[in-house]
Design a protein around this ligand. Structure first.
Ligand SMILES: [Zn+2]
Length: 337
């Protein structure tokens, strides 16, 4: 990112409600399946881009800002998820099996991972929620010090809220999204909320309220040293609701390779945990990170909220895709150093 763009971005953050919009022209991608999004705003409810590209989704258009998109989930079922399932009749749910034949190839603007790698000294809270392991920043952390994402399909800036993991009973499955029917061994989700909606809770009411980045984890023989601090920390939170304070930096270095020269899938969807609100733009990176079998095993040692049973599986069942648009963005991804 050019210096003046960094300045613009940071200036915009200092002004209340200011949103940095991406307006740059996009270069076409070579290939027969190309569809070019010329505005960089594929998930705008007001935009006619979807219909012009044959990507229109009537359900997308209906999700007017300010409307609550999801019925409230029963509190008891919520506390017992994922051990108790409930049929959920909505059209834009996640996770899904990503069918690469149905993807429209585009070149979206670069995605900027801002303050992701240089957050030295910032502290976070790592918690066993009883359903997963979750990393949150300390509540007092000001927005200007949080990691953020801008670019790609996003209009404006999305602010880091939390990170959590999904895994399975064996190394053969555990990711929530599938790629052409194939699961990965685990999947990490980083939840960001749209800065213009001020808070995560408010953002849940809008179709573009959240931007969730998904990273597949691929089981290998050797330990991934960049994950080891995170894995070691898990040993301190075996009990449900146990939490510890950790430095944020070592948590994210292991995904850096996944985003620097990456391609990603992008579609409108939902949270995969209660209340399953349809408020998320999903970005699922195609390049997985590596994680060893023994590192994966540490996640299965965490105790659940279900009477102390181990959390040996916490991936939601696949949801119908229902003719939603799905993009495969080909292009360079950069970060601010
Ligand atoms: Zn998740």
């Amino acid at each position: 990112m050019a210096h003046e763009e960094q300045t613009l971005l940071r200036d915009s953050l200092s002004k209340s409600g200011a949103i940095w919009r991406i307006t740059r022209k996009l270069a076409p991608v070579e290939g027969s399946k190309l569809g070019v999004c010329t505005t960089g705003k594929p998930f705008s409810a007001e935009s006619s881009d979807w219909s012009q590209q044959g990507l229109a989704s009537s359900s997308l258009q209906k999700t007017a800002a300010g409307t609550s998109l999801c019925q409230r989930y029963d509190e008891e079922l919520k506390s017992r998820w994922p051990w108790v399932k409930q049929k959920f009749h909505k059209k834009m749910q996640s996770p899904v099996d990503i069918n690469t034949d149905q993807c429209t190839f585009v070149r979206l603007p670069p995605i900027y991972f801002i303050q992701y790698w240089e957050a030295e000294g910032d502290m976070a809270i790592l918690e066993n929620t009883g359903h997963t392991v979750k990393l949150k920043l300390q509540p007092k952390t000001p927005i200007r010090k949080r990691p953020m994402i801008s670019g790609g399909p996003a209009q404006g800036i999305y602010v880091f809220d939390s990170m959590h993991m999904h895994w399975g009973e064996t190394d053969n499955n555990g990711s929530e999204h599938l790629l052409d029917g194939q699961p990965f061994s685990c999947e990490m989700h980083i939840v960001h909320y749209n800065l213009k909606y001020k808070t995560l809770e408010n953002a849940l009411n809008y179709f573009d309220g959240l931007l969730v980045t998904g990273f597949f984890g691929d089981a290998v023989e050797l330990d991934n040293p960049e994950l080891q601090e995170f894995i070691d920390d898990l040993k301190q939170i075996h009990d449900c609701n146990k939490s510890i304070t950790v430095p944020i930096k070592p948590i994210f270095t292991f995904i850096r390779d996944c985003v620097t020269d990456q391609n990603y899938y992008c579609y409108p969807g939902s949270l995969t945990t209660p209340d399953f609100q349809e408020c998320a733009i999903w970005i699922v990176f195609s390049k997985p990170f590596e994680i060893s079998s023994s590192q994966l095993e540490e996640f299965r040692e965490l105790k659940s909220s279900e009477g102390g049973k181990l959390i040996n599986k916490n991936d939601r069942e696949l949801q119908d895709f229902n003719d939603r648009p799905i993009l495969f963005s080909v292009g360079e991804i950069k970060s601010i150093e």
